[in-house]
Design a protein around this ligand. Structure first.
Ligand code: HEC
Length: 230
């Protein structure tokens, strides 16, 4: 080795003092880390905000928690990369400003199933109800597991205001009135979705079921960019 690496022996000497070497290495990593990290925290304009990106509705927050609890992120990413093949398949690539209310973020790293960043509006509500109950009923040979219990388990609407106020503490700009009325707001959005599903020939009585919250969340994904104003 010494034929290739010129060394005057100083490095070797420091390496021979494990404690000093550990301290020096830690210092180097800390300085390097801080230099990378500080601007991200201090400069607000690092996260370009998009005017039409708004916080999730109370029912969508509930649906997002179900998505997390069921581990959907282990098979589905939510980030479209700026490559032609991805844009043609999934739509406009994901922008950092679209994820500012995602706590925790659900970008994911595995695509056993397709990316879901822009799945909102791609299918009718009823399609999602049928697909979640039995993926092979809408998509022959699907590898996705069925989630039939989502049509049986009920949403605890009174839990939702607490979730919103936790998100508010982390920076999501919910007003106090929105938090106080969250259970009611969620109920009326759920009723609307349940009515739509029943009217199209799907099962009725889903207004307080977990599937309805999940559908609300899925139908929201990626739709902010196309709202009026952009
Ligand atoms: C074991 C991996 C796996 C898990 C876990 C999984 N999925 Fe899937 N998902 C797939 C596969 C594979 C497909 C493609 C075939 C199909 O449409 O069923 C898919 C398709 C989808 C689609 C249709 C996407 C499109 O653009 O056509 C949606 C929506 C979806 N999954 C939602 C979910 C949700 C919500 C969960 C959690 C409750 C979930 N998936 C859990 C594998 C998975």
């Amino acid at each position: 080795m010494s034929r290739f690496i010129k060394t005057d022996g100083r490095h070797r000497t420091i390496e021979g003092w494990p404690l000093v070497f550990t301290v020096l290495t830690t210092l180097c990593i800390l300085v390097g880390g801080t230099v990378q990290f500080l601007p991200l925290v201090l400069v607000e304009s690092n996260i370009p905000t998009i005017e039409t990106v708004t916080p999730y509705t109370p029912l969508e927050v509930e649906g997002r928690d179900i998505y997390i609890a069921q581990g959907c992120v282990s098979c589905h990413s939510q980030q479209i990369r700026p490559f032609r093949d991805e844009i043609e398949r999934y739509g406009e690539y994901s922008k950092p400003g679209e994820a500012i209310y995602d706590r925790p973020f659900l970008w994911g790293s595995k695509r056993t199933g397709p990316d879901l960043a822009r799945v909102g509006g791609k299918y009718p509500d009823l399609w999602h109800v049928r697909h979640m109950e039995n993926p092979r009923s809408t998509t022959p040979n699907s590898l996705m597991p069925p989630y039939p219990w989502l049509q049986e388990k009920t949403v605890d609407f009174d839990d939702i205001p607490g979730k919103l106020s936790a998100l508010k503490k982390l920076g999501t700009p919910y007003t106090d009135a929105e938090i106080d009325g969250a259970a009611q707001t969620a109920r009326s959005q759920a009723e609307q979705i349940a009515r739509n599903v029943a009217a199209n020939g799907g099962p009725s009585g889903l207004e307080d079921k977990e599937i309805t919250a999940l559908v609300a969340y899925l139908q929201r994904l990626g739709t902010d960019l196309s709202k009026a104003g952009n």
